[in-house]
Design a protein around this ligand. Structure first.
Ligand SMILES: *[C@@H]1O[C@H](CO)[C@@H](O)[C@H](O)[C@H]1NC(C)=O
Ligand SMILES: *[C@@H]1O[C@H](CO)[C@@H](O)[C@H](O)[C@H]1NC(C)=O
Length: 352
């Protein structure tokens, strides 16, 4: 029975793909493009089934057979890369197959990361540690304290900066009112270009904070839902749920002050270098990649806490690629590792 199911899956696969081998006569023989008969292996069979299941799980539909074959090859390469990484016991983080499995690294970067690097623009207030803050907690997790909305998804738009902005304001709003309200990224995407933001091509959290401050508010997610493309500004004052009076910049590269800020204030907006291919498939553990830059930053995220795992310190970071990416949408980034991936390079948060 099981064998029959496998064979019918492969037959379906063959109908939709000329380039993948076809089954001939019985389930032990397959024919490649040139008509040569080769024996299939259990391994190959399992791979094809896995490919079909993966496509189904992630609702992947391709234009034609050529595209299907092309994507299959990329998926295979990614799968191998993930396996190779995971079999290396010296790595502190694991990779895993996810919805980005049929994208080359270049495609992935152009679809999900900012086109331009984050500028070291600092117009915010300088962070002053609160008086009497001497004993820092060993670990902080604002998600478990109710400061953080569920993980959102930016789609194929470089709007990470808008998600990082709402995340930080959602946290500060909760801190001052006790109410957790999801805020509108689309509002920021559509209305803050005058402040230097570039919609789906990228932006800065500080520019978005400036906009909210001048605008005197930001609409709720419910009233101004996410569309994932830049449209005309449709802000409505009556739907505004929060505002901010100013924002604070953490001294660039100073991980200790960032820790003080997160421990004493709540979630903080961070910009990072997410351009390493290991980032595309991060699954769990403390993310360490020596190739990460601490200057060329292309992704806005939210620092929601920190902790220690094994002998590594980490920042707990909320991403905006849905819960299908990473560890339920989160990543643990190396902390106190020479500002790896630029976590502390342009960190900031709003004052409400
Ligand atoms: C943080 O808190 C959330 C919610 O309680 C929990 O799901 C998550 O595992 C925690 N993460 C860490 C690293 O403690
Ligand atoms: C780091 O970059 C070098 C040179 O591009 C490359 O050979 C190496 O594999 C990279 N290391 C990782 C962990 O990706």
């Amino acid at each position: 029975m099981w064998k029959y199911i496998l064979v019918s899956i492969i037959l379906t696969l063959c109908i939709t793909s000329n380039a993948l081998p076809t089954i001939k006569q019985n389930n032990e023989l397959i024919e490649d493009e040139g008509g040569k008969i080769i024996k299939y292996t259990e391994e190959l069979l399992k791979l094809w089934v896995e490919w079909e299941e993966w496509k189904h799980e992630h609702s992947k539909v391709y234009q034609d057979n050529k595209e299907n074959e092309h994507r299959y090859q990329i998926w295979l390469q990614n799968k191998n890369k993930i396996n190779t990484h995971n079999s290396d016991k010296t790595k502190s983080h694991k990779l895993g197959m996810n919805t980005f499995g049929d994208l080359t690294h270049e495609e992935f970067k152009s679809m999900y990361l900012s086109k331009s690097h984050y500028k070291l623009q600092r117009n915010g207030i300088k962070f002053l540690p609160p008086l009497g803050l001497s004993d820092l907690a060993d670990a902080v997790n604002w998600t478990s304290e109710g400061y953080v909305t569920p993980v959102k998804s930016q789609g194929q738009c470089g709007s990470c900066w808008a998600f990082s902005t709402t995340g930080a304001l959602e946290g500060q709003h909760f801190r001052s009112t006790g109410e957790l309200i999801s805020m509108s990224e689309q509002n920021l995407l559509d209305c803050s270009s005058k402040y230097g933001n570039q919609g789906c091509s990228g932006g800065l959290m500080d520019y978005a904070f400036e906009y909210i401050k001048d605008n005197g508010g930001i609409d709720s997610e419910d009233s101004y839902p996410y569309e994932g493309v830049e449209n005309e500004c449709r802000y409505r004052k009556e739907e505004s749920v929060a505002t901010l009076s100013s924002y604070v910049d953490i001294p660039s590269g100073d991980e200790y002050t960032l820790q003080l800020a997160i421990a004493s204030q709540g979630p903080v907006s961070l910009a990072i270098d997410a351009s390493q291919s290991s980032f595309q498939f991060y699954r769990s553990g403390v993310y360490v990649d020596k190739n990460c830059s601490n200057k060329e930053l292309d992704h806005g995220v939210l620092g929601v806490g920190y902790g220690v795992e094994g002998d590594l310190d980490y920042w707990l970071v909320k991403n905006s690629w849905g819960t299908i990416w990473g560890d339920q949408g989160y990543i643990k980034m190396l902390r106190n590792g020479d500002n790896q991936c630029g976590v502390a390079t342009v960190a900031s948060y709003p004052l409400v």
